[in-house]
Design a protein around this ligand. Structure first.
Ligand SMILES: [Mn+2]
Length: 423
């Protein structure tokens, strides 16, 4: 039986239960009339490096049926999108995923209903054929020739993106230092800005540059773009097309990410998101698996801040997953991440903002908490499933993926010993 009819059968079996759950929440909660449509419009890009089992610095335990080529990676994202109808974009990492024939790749992606989201450059590793080393940094490097090589790489990544119809580049730098005294902070900062300006100058007029920050790792004493303040000050020096990108795992412990998001949005400099979750550091765990309340609070600020500026939730920021780890089937993990993001978004859309604002003005702290926690404790899964159903997706993607034994089929097609390119 083909996938479409399997999905139809599966949905038919579950529809009565689904309708009962949907009725319950619709009777129980005041739901804005456009909420389902907003959920339907909201697409989350899948990173090409998350389709294989992620490695740690201690080892990597690959699963079977991992995609061995860019074509197979696109096919995997196409499958995710077929199931949840909310993964309609792929974010490529260069040089791990250089398309040999851009037009053919573009067509393949379009056949799966996929667009290309931000392309990602890589100057945190040395490649086999590379002339100069990034051991001591790339855009910050003391040697102009190394900086030039890193700048040229970023410009090449933009060109690949243009060929694919992408509209943004994400720059994440591991540049920094491991020991006190190693680096002149001011010079490293200035060199990085100078290098970024050259990359920015190569940006097409309808493109955005996202500058991602990270507190530490692989450098353990200083990171040159280490927090949102450093990214923000740099993108301000570049121009209107440069924005800060927030990766949830790139903060020091207990950082108030929702406040960072709120202020970056207010300043018009929040460009995009990398979703993941963590307990200790940059753990790259499934979105919403550790701190679902934090994810909701972040979305609460996103919805509030975007509405304040009249922004389009679906289109005006880059929404991407950046997670990759060791023990799950990567496709199941990505389905879980997308679902968690949609749940947090749906809950944020349910917040009674007038009531919240009134409680804030009255300094009614208890009422503020009741409003937010009341929403966070509401089970909105039926609303997310309804949006998926209306788009032709699957009521419960993870359950369906298992019942249809999709991984088994991928192993039959690709073999049990496959390793996807990536971390
Ligand atoms: Mn990231």
């Amino acid at each position: 039986m083909n996938l479409d009819s399997l999905i139809q059968d599966y949905n038919n079996q579950g529809i009565a239960t689904h309708n009962r759950r949907l009725d319950f929440i619709q009777n129980d909660v005041q739901i804005p009339s456009n909420l389902i449509q907003k959920l339907k419009d909201f697409q989350i890009a899948i990173p090409s490096w998350a389709l294989g089992t992620g490695g740690t610095r201690f080892g990597r335990f690959s699963g079977g049926g991992e995609p061995g080529t860019l074509e197979e990676k696109i096919s995997d994202v196409g499958l995710l999108h077929r199931l949840n109808k909310s993964s309609g974009a792929i974010s490529l990492h260069i040089p791990w995923d250089i398309p040999s024939d851009a037009n053919a790749i573009k067509k393949l992606a379009a056949d799966h209903g996929l667009a290309f989201d931000a392309v990602n450059s890589n100057t945190f590793q040395d490649q086999a054929n590379q002339a100069l080393s990034y051991k001591f940094g790339s855009l910050q490097h003391t040697d102009r020739a190394v900086r030039k090589q890193a700048i040229d790489h970023n410009i090449e990544v933009i060109k690949h993106g243009v060929d694919l119809g992408s509209k943004s580049i994400t720059v994440w730098l591991s540049d920094g230092s491991c020991f006190p005294g190693q680096l002149n902070f001011r010079r490293a900062y200035e060199r990085t800005v100078e290098s970024l300006k050259e990359i920015y100058a190569a940006l097409p007029s309808d493109w955005k540059l996202f500058l991602e920050y990270k507190a530490y790792e692989p450098n353990f004493y200083s990171t040159t773009v280490g927090d949102w303040g450093q990214s923000y000050s740099m993108v301000n020096k570049l121009g209107d097309k440069a924005y800060t990108l927030v990766d949830l795992g790139h903060h020091l412990p207990n950082a108030n990410i929702e406040q960072i998001v709120s202020l970056l949005l207010m300043e018009g400099k929040l460009g995009g998101f990398h979703f993941n979750d963590s307990k200790y550091g940059d753990d790259d765990l499934t979105a919403g698996s550790m701190k679902p309340y934090q994810l909701f609070l972040i979305f609460n600020e996103l919805v509030d801040g975007m509405d304040a500026k009249g922004m389009n939730h679906a289109k005006d920021l880059g929404w991407m997953i950046d997670a990759s780890h060791n023990v799950k089937d990567p496709l199941e993990d990505l389905l879980q991440s997308v679902e968690a993001i949609q749940i947090a978004y749906a809950q944020a859309l349910l917040v009674d903002r007038k009531a919240l604002e009134a409680a804030r003005e009255a300094n009614d702290v208890v009422r503020c908490q009741e409003i937010l926690q009341g929403v966070a404790r509401t089970d909105v899964r039926a609303l997310v499933a309804q949006a998926r159903l209306e788009l032709g997706g699957v009521l419960n993607p993870v359950e369906f993926y298992r019942s249809a034994e999709i991984r088994k089929q991928l192993i039959q097609q690709r073999g049990s010993k496959t390793v996807a390119t990536g971390l």
